[in-house]
Design a protein around this ligand. Structure first.
Ligand SMILES: Cc1ncc(COP(=O)(O)O)c(C=O)c1O
Length: 373
């Protein structure tokens, strides 16, 4: 058989295995508009599964900033930041992010994923130890693997277990956790983890992908990364920390060195969105109120932020409830393993500034019916 034949057979066999376990993933072209209105296959839905928490991705001021930047600097960076791709907007964005986080310096990356896979191996390597929360995002796990350090994983938010794992850990310890957990919406015990790190002379690095602009917290972490693709409504990632660490990333973070800089319109939209985020704190408050209203209607405990997980257990159950909601005009994608642990398939319901109270009440009604079906 030819090489192309063997390659095709290989992919088809893998796809068949995924089909057999119901784990084959598919893409669905989706057009998003203001107010969480979302067009899919010619039908309009109200989306409750975006991460555009402050509804800034479709804000006319953000769109205008991106348009201006495209006219002035073009649509692409043209090269890596180390060659000619370091559009001046990067520096502006970095100064703004460092200011918002109250840390000395910041570095912008192509995405949050790239920030984690580049930064973690730049800080620790063979002979060192990474101690991380089991529910840390896939890109923190990927960065940890790439580093070559020994990886010790603690039970979710279990500081006692984290302390045990730090005992006798070789080399420099880097602790990794999220601030607001992406699939559960709960918060990390940052003060306790910070104290633990101090006691062990460990460094703490947090992923604030789901916190920025939505959940404020005192964060003792020396290294704080995040993304511009969620509440900032744009794209890109960032890392904030001490100036020499941020400097080091320019030489040591392979996902910064060997990749093209962010397109100027993306940088401009992130900058404008962060400016609005700071000037209009009520946007975050509105999204949190929607989440709280929904939880009250569903008789769930008040949520810490805008992510409400509805854990349904079996994959089939989560898929069925998601399909019922879709039939009623609401998009809430079912989240299944391997994204979440076996037996914890769920609806991950997210709330945004652009939702209305009627949207939230409509979702609660539809969900009650879907759960009873
Ligand atoms: C916790 C967390 N970290 C990092 C990322 C990656 O960010 P980005 O989408 O910018 O690559 C995500 C997004 O999926 C996330 O949820």
């Amino acid at each position: 058989m030819s090489s192309i034949g063997r390659l095709t057979d290989y992919a088809e066999a893998r796809l068949a295995r995924l089909d057999a376990t119901g784990r084959r993933r598919t893409l669905k072209p989706t057009a998003r508009h203001a107010g969480a209105r979302t067009l899919r296959a010619g039908r309009e839905f109200i989306s409750f599964c975006d991460n555009d928490y402050l509804s800034l991705s479709c804000d006319p001021r953000v769109i205008a900033a991106a348009t201006r930047a495209a006219r002035e600097w073009g649509c692409g960076a043209g090269a890596s930041r180390l060659v000619t791709g370091d559009c001046p907007l990067n520096e502006e964005l970095e100064a703004m992010l460092a200011g918002m986080k109250g840390l000395p310096a910041a570095r912008v990356f192509g995405s949050g994923y790239l920030a984690n896979v580049g930064t973690i191996p730049a800080l620790v390597g063979r002979g060192d130890t990474i101690v991380m929360d089991e529910l840390s995002h896939a890109c923190m796990h990927a960065g940890a693997q790439l580093s070559g350090a020994e990886i010790r994983v603690f039970r979710h938010n279990d500081t006692g277990h984290a302390a045990e794992l730090m005992e006798g850990a070789p080399g420099q310890i880097l602790m990794l956790t999220e601030t607001v957990f992406s699939m559960d919406g709960d918060l990390a015990p940052l003060a306790e983890l910070g104290a633990l790190c101090e006691a062990h002379e460990a460094w703490l690095m947090t992923d604030d992908a789901h916190g920025l602009g939505v959940v404020a917290h005192d964060n003792p972490a020396q290294i704080q990364m995040g993304t511009l693709s969620k509440a900032a409504g744009a794209y890109g990632g960032y890392v904030c920390g001490p100036a020499p660490v941020i400097d080091l990333l320019v030489s040591r973070a392979r996902s910064l060195v060997y990749t093209t800089g962010l397109p100027p319109p993306v940088l401009a939209s992130a900058l404008k969105a962060l400016e609005i985020m700071q000037a209009e704190p009520e946007r975050g408050a509105q999204a949190r109120e929607h989440a709280a209203r929904f939880c009250a209607l569903m008789e769930l405990p008040p949520p810490p932020g805008v992510i409400v997980p509805m854990i349904l257990g079996a994959e089939a159950r989560a898929m069925a409830v998601s399909a019922e909601l879709e039939a009623a005009g609401y998009l809430v994608t079912a989240i299944r393993p391997p994204t979440v642990p076996e037996g914890t398939s769920r609806l991950r319901i997210t709330f945004a500034t652009g939702h209305s109270e009627e949207d939230v009440e409509g979702l609660a009604d539809a969900l009650k019916k879907a759960l009873a079906a």
